[in-house]
Design a protein around this ligand. Structure first.
Ligand code: SF4
Length: 468
C-alpha cells in the first residue's frame, strides 16, 4: 500500500522571524521510527514540511500525520483535505494525546501516547479492514523495536541528520512539561536495551550524534553502560541532562569519555518559589554555578534553558538571567515564555484559576503570553523575552562570555559555536537553499572536539572532592 507520513510545518516556522536553520536541525525521527513497522512492499513517502514542499493532490492508501500544538490547525486542514478524497488519515503526537476529542474530529483513527505498540496493532487492524477509532498506548517497551527507517530521511536537508533517541520520557515531573500527559497510563521513563542503542549508533555514518532524549543521564545504570559501550567509537555527541545529574556522582565524566561535548541543561529559573510552583524539585537547592564549573572543567559547552513568566518573576528577571548566563559563560541560551500546554498540570491549575487567556494553539509557541500573568504585565514579559535574546547574543557579550574560559581552545569553540548559531543567518539560508546543510558537519565536529587543559583537570579534582 501507499503510505504518506507527514510532519506539517509549525506555525512559527512561517513567521517573518523564522530562522530557517532552527527548523532544519533534526529529521522527523518519530515518523521514521513508525515507518519501520511497515512492510517492505509498502511504498512510503516521508515529508517534513519544514524542509520540503508538501503536495496534497495525491491519494495514498494511508496518511499518517504527527501533530504538535503549533502545527495542529495546519495538520487538521491537511487531514480534512485527504479525508474528503476518501483517504484514511491517522493522527498522533503530543497534541493529539493532550486533546484527543479535538483531534478525533479530523481523523479516522487517533493515537494516544507513544506509538511503538499501537501503530503495529493498527496496521494489522487496517489490513483486516477493522481499524479502531482510538488507539491508546498501554504497553511501554522498546524491546525488539525494528531499526529506524533512516533511508527515508533526506539527510542533506538537515544540520544534524544523526539525531537519535535511546530512551523515552524522563524520571521527573515538572508541571509545565508535556511528559506526564503524553505518558499517562503507563511507564513514563524507559530505555532501549543498551546493545540495541549501540547497534543504532553503529548504523549512523560520520562522528557526530545528537541525543534527543529528554534526559540522557536520567537512568544512571543505562547511561553508564551506554557510555562504556561508546568508548572507542570515536564519536562526539550532544545531549540533555539536569543540573542534579551533572552534580551527582561521576556519570558526567563517563559521558565525556564517550564523547559528550555539549549539554542542554534546564536551569529554567533561579527562584525557589518558581521551582516549587513548577514541581521542579530536582533543581531545588542545587548550585547552578557549581554545575556550570563542573561542565566547563570537562570541556563541555552548555546550552542553558530558561523560562520567563513564572509567578515569582519580576521585572529584573530578564537582566538577572542574561547577566548570569554571560558571567557563567553559557555557550547558548534558549529562553521561553511560560506556556501552559493543554494536558499539563500547569494548564489545569491555570484553568481552575481562570487564567487562560487564549486557546488559539498557534500562539502556544513559547514566544507569546497566553495566560494572566502576576508580577509582570504580558507586554513586559514579551518585551523582556525579546530583549533577553538580543542582549545575550550581542557580539560584545558573546566575546565577553567566551574569554572567561580557561583554555584558548574552549574560548574559540564558545565564540564560533555561539556566534555561528546566531549570527550567520545568510550563510545558513544559502546552505539550506543549496541542500548542503549536512556538509557543515565536519566543521561542527571540529567545534565539538575535546578540550583538555591542565588547569581544568586540577580544578576538576577539587570539584570532585567538594561534591562527592
Ligand atoms: S526534567 Fe525536563 S523532560 Fe523531565 S519532566 Fe522536567 S521539563 Fe520535562
Amino acid at each position: 500500500m501507499k503510505v504518506k507520513m507527514i510532519l506539517p510545518a509549525l506555525t512559527e516556522a512561517e513567521s517573518p522571524f523564522w530562522r530557517p536553520i532552527k527548523y532544519s536541525l533534526f529529521p522527523p525521527l518519530g515518523l521514521a521510527t513508525l515507518a519501520s513497522y511497515l512492510s517492505d512492499e509498502d511504498e512510503i513517502e516521508l515529508i517534513d514540511q519544514h524542509v520540503e514542499i508538501l503536495n496534497i493532490d495525491d491519494t495514498p492508501d494511508l496518511v499518517v500525520i504527527q501533530v504538535y500544538i503549533t502545527n495542529a490547525y495546519r495538520s487538521y486542514k491537511i487531514a480534512d483535505s485527504y479525508r474528503k478524497k476518501g483517504v484514511y488519515v491517522i493522527l498522533g503526537g503530543l497534541h493529539v494525546t493532550s486533546l484527543p476529542d479535538e483531534a478525533a474530529a479530523h481523523a479516522d483513527s487517533i493515537f494516544i501516547g507513544p506509538g511503538e505498540e499501537t501503530f503495529p496493532t493498527f496496521l494489522k487492524d487496517f489490513k483486516n479492514r477493522e481499524p479502531k477509532k482510538v488507539y491508546n498506548s498501554s504497553i511501554r517497551t522498546l524491546k525488539s523495536i525494528p531499526p529506524i527507517r533512516r533511508d527515508l530521511i533526506k539527510r542533506n536537508r538537515y544540520l544534524v541528520p544523526n539525531s537519535i533517541v535511546v530512551t523515552r520520557g524522563c524520571p521527573h515531573h515538572c508541571d509545565f512539561c508535556y511528559k506526564d500527559a503524553f505518558y499517562e497510563g503507563g511507564k513514563s521513563f524507559y530505555t532501549q536495551a543498551v546493545d540495541d542503542a549501540l547497534a543504532e549508533i553503529e548504523r549512523l555514518p560520520g562522528r557526530h550524534l545528537y541525543f534527543l532524549d529528554d534526559h540522557l543521564l536520567g537512568n544512571a545504570k543505562f547511561a553508564t553502560e551506554l557510555f562504556e559501550g561508546m568508548k572507542g567509537m570515536n564519536r562526539v555527541f550532544q545531549g540533555a541532562g539536569t543540573v542534579d545529574s551533572v552534580l551527582r556522582g561521576n556519570l558526567i565524566e563517563k559521558a565525556v569519555e564517550a564523547g559528550l561535548r555539549s549539554l542542554f541543561v534546564g536551569f529554567e529559573t533561579f527562584s525557589d518559589a518558581n521551582l516549587k510552583q513548577s514541581n521542579k524539585g530536582q533543581n531545588l537547592k542545587r548550585d547552578y554555578s557549581q554545575a556550570v564549573k563542573r561542565l566547563h572543567s570537562l570541556g563541555i559547552m552548555i546550552n542553558g534553558s530558561f523560562v520567563f513568566g513564572l509567578d515569582d518573576d519580576d521585572k529584573d528577571v530578564f537582566k538577572r538571567t542574561v547577566d548570569w548566563g554571560i558571567e557563567n559563560s553559557i555557550t547558548t541560551s534558549t529562553y521561553h515564555v511560560l506556556t501552559p500546554y493543554p494536558g499539563t498540570r500547569l494548564y489545569k491549575d491555570m484553568e481552575k484559576q481562570d487564567r487562560i487567556l487564549s486557546r488559539n494553539w498557534d500562539l502556544y509557541d513559547t514566544r507569546n503570553v497566553v495566560y494572566k500573568t502576576t508580577n509582570l504585565s504580558a507586554k513586559e514579559l514579551e518585551d523582556g523575552y525579546n530583549w533577553s535574546y538580543k542582549e545575550f547574543y550581542k557580539w560584545s557579550n558573546i566575546f565577553e562570555s567566551s574569554i572567561k574560559h580557561d583554555s584558548n581552545k574552549h574560548k574559540l569553540k564558545h565564540f564560533f559555536y555561539s556566534g555561528g548559531w546566531k549570527k550567520f543567518e545568510p550563510l545558513w539560508n544559502f546552505l539550506i537553499k543549496t541542500k548542503n546543510l549536512n556538509n557543515t558537519l565536519p566543521f561542527l565536529e571540529s567545534v565539538l572536539s575535546k578540550v583538555e587543559n591542565k588547569k581544568s583537570k586540577t580544578k576538576q579534582i577539587d570539584l570532585n572532592r567538594h561534591i562527592l
